[in-house]
Design a protein around this ligand. Structure first.
Ligand code: UD1
Ligand code: UDP
Length: 369
């Protein structure tokens, strides 16, 4: 008997991290894997699904320009509830800490559908940082039946919250599965890099940085370019209007700053490989860049990914101008300091996480008849 497993994806990082699981589930003859796109992101979700050749079976087309958290949450919950009621899946899986995953967990709870949380147990312990993601993953974790924790420390966070050990599976993070599946490919970039300059890659989109912190980040990037004639900044700008407008106003038009649309996943991996240094507030980039041997300065006050910080290959710099400029200048000027952060370690996985997650689901389906 085949059993229906629904995999939900809403935003770009969810699609990247769920793709290895979806592809593995589709290879199981006893599982009917259906892909539900909430499309909390539209273009950025579509480009990832295209790269992995995944076509949603159901598409809620939720995204609206500059969507507010409350309306996004309400619309997601209503529509997910309707889909789960009609589809009646045996299992639902979703990844991470977005509004999509929090509402998926809640809709499953209301309909008593077992929910598996992928990338479980990440915590900063501070509900405001990152906002609203810390709340989203705490809620998803409270409601999940299975917790697929990427590392031992995420497992420890869950046990500390009273989650039974038997429900926690340390699997590694599927972001490394996805990365390893594409890293050997040579991909063209949609712009020309100047081979005489050191590329510095920048990404930023966190809600807690909107306003003055994000302006300070842009000012620091501009100061670094002006002080260092041998660097070039590549900044694929997130389409959220709260970051797009400030980024273009502050950094647009500089001859050594390339501001571009979000890069498709393959060119973005290519750009990480070519970067000398990365400045980012992204969660996924903190996991990928260490595996590629690239130092990351994290534009956040806290991180739920402490493993790479402990390894010394990722450093938290926040949004303070002097802190960002000082830390980046040290790495640009001092080869010994640079080498210490460019060691190529992968604390987030071995590329086999999806197989472990699928095995756990198969074991459950085999025992529940
Ligand atoms: C969302 C997640 C965040 C995750 C990030 C990954 C929430 C609350 N936030 O943040 O946790 O780290 O995705 O990138 O779940 N937009 C487009 N096209 C797109 C995507 C976004 O135009 O393909 C614009 C729209 O105006 C949209 C806005 O960006 O309303 C914000 O999108 P939203 O998903 O609410 O938040 P993000 O900041 O993208
Ligand atoms: N990424 C991408 N194109 C870009 C920027 C990022 O494909 O222009 C990928 C990156 O490789 C990583 C993921 O998107 O896997 C991170 O997404 P984002 O920073 O939007 O979200 P977060 O990880 O912070 O939730």
């Amino acid at each position: 008997m085949t059993r229906k497993v629904i995999c939900v994806v809403g935003t770009r990082p969810e699609a990247i991290k769920m793709a290895p699981i979806i592809l593995a589930l589709k290879a199981c003859p006893d599982i009917d894997c259906r892909v539900l796109a909430t499309a909390q992101h539209r273009e950025m979700l579509d480009q990832v699904l295209r790269i992995f050749d995944i076509k949603p079976d159901i598409d809620l087309n939720i995204m609206r320009p500059n969507q507010a958290l409350s309306t996004l949450t309400a619309r997601l919950l209503t529509e997910l509830d309707e889909v789960f009621a009609s589809e009646k899946p045996a299992v639902v899986l979703a990844q991470g800490d977005t509004t999509t995953v929090m509402t998926v967990a809640l809709a499953c709870f209301y309909q008593k559908i077992p929910f598996g949380h992928v990338e479980a147990g990440l915590r900063t312990g501070d509900m405001q940082n990152p906002f609203p993601e810390e709340m989203n993953r705490v809620v998803a974790g409270r409601l999940a039946k299975w917790h697929f924790a990427p590392t031992e420390s995420s497992r420890a966070n869950l046990l500390q919250e009273g989650i039974p050990d038997a429900d926690v599976f340390v699997t590694g993070n599927t972001v490394i599965d996805a990365l390893l599946s594409v890293v050997e490919r040579q991909t063209a970039l949609p712009f020309d890099l100047d081979s005489t300059l050191r590329p510095v890659l920048v990404t930023a989109h966190r809600r807690e940085n909107f306003g003055a912190p994000f302006q300070s980040i842009c000012n620091a990037v501009l100061a670094l370019v002006e002080r260092n004639p041998d660097i070039q900044v590549v900044y694929p700008v997130h389409p959220n209007p709260n970051v797009k407008d400030v980024a273009h106003k502050t950094l647009g038009g500089h001859p050594r700053i390339i501001l571009c649309e979000p890069l498709d996943y393959l060119p973005f991996v290519e750009m990480m490989k070519r970067a000398y240094l990365i400045l980012s507030d992204s969660g996924g980039v903190q996991e990928e860049a260490p595996a590629l041997g690239k130092p990351v300065l994290v534009l956040r006050q806290e991180t739920e990914r402490p493993e790479a910080v402990s390894e010394g290959v990722v450093r938290l710099v926040g949004s303070d101008f002097d802190s960002i400029v000082g830390a980046a200048q040290l790495l640009l000027d001092n080869p010994d300091e640079y080498r210490k952060m460019a060691r190529g370690v992968s604390p987030y996985g071995d590329g086999q996480a999806a197989g472990r997650i699928v095995k756990a689901i198969q074991n459950h389906l085999a025992t529940c008849g």
